[in-house]
Write a protein that binds this ligand. Sequence first.
Ligand SMILES: O=C(CCCl)NNC1=[NH+]CCN1
Length: 330
Amino acid sequence: STGGAVATPEDHDVEYLTPVSIGTPEQILNLDIDTGSSDLWVFSSETSRSEVKGQTLYDPSNSSTAQKLEGYTWSISYGDGSSSAGEVYLDTVSIGALTVSSQAVEVAQKVSSEFTSDSNNDGLLGLGFGSLNTVQPNAQKTFFDNAMPALDSPVFTADLKAGIPGRYNFGYIDPNAYTGNITYVSVDDSQGFWDWTSPGYAIGSGSFENTTIKGIADTGTSLLLLPSSVVSAYYGKISGAKYDSTQAGYVLPCSPTPPDFAFGVGDDGAAIVLPGKYINYAPTGSSGTTCFGGIQGDSGIGFAIFGDVALKAAFVVFDGGSKTLGWASK
Ligand SMILES: O=C(CCCl)NNC1=[NH+]CCN1
């Protein structure tokens, strides 16, 4: 089997939303597919009314295939400080033509303000490793883990794009979605993430800097978070760029377009190039003169995060069979 669906960017590509069908008859919710976590949770009929602002609600009582897991609960908090919690049902979940008949659907009873104010986001669908799932008393499998045995190939791919819809596919690699070769690298799943090591980076037309950068491929994080040495080298090349403590990040003049940023993949010289415009993440004020940087530091996290700013420059294969990541330009 195979499947897949469109991934539509929200403003500034802060996140990408994908239609997911849940229950019988189907209830379609737009979910943030998140390779940095492993819970599938949704806004629901059980979500505190004061914490819902426009989201589509999954109502298990309207699904003939919903089954409540009595006594099961979940509670999650994300790297950005957002959080949610609730109870658990099993129900049929489909992404395009790919269906999992008994998927744990975690219904939110409480969500933090970040989710309440994100009115188009109806929940998250985690594609991290199972060890990250928060359901108690027994952890539940991800949609990918449930689907994998039936997939033509044990993979899913992320093809996110700047400002226009891209795609998530399951079970196959679309040869028309990328250019050149796919370079595969090993993954350390010991912390539940798609954690890999880049050999270094280059700024603009500059020489390649060999420096180990270990980090996670995370569709649920908006920015590219890198070691402070790399970040200061990058912004040091841009006149007017500075760390703005009020914004808690580097800001830069939106014009002229900043230099490209490339990160290495594998030991054969492959690299993914982020066009400089991707680093103009969003204007900080109404004049549009100053931009918030799409590359920021990873201090305090313990690893780098290759979030959407990086992923949208690549075609990425998440291989659950070999536990490798494949990176290609496009
Ligand atoms: O939580 C993280 C970072 C893990 Cl280190 N990524 N996933 C996510 N989902 C919503 C906000 N961020």
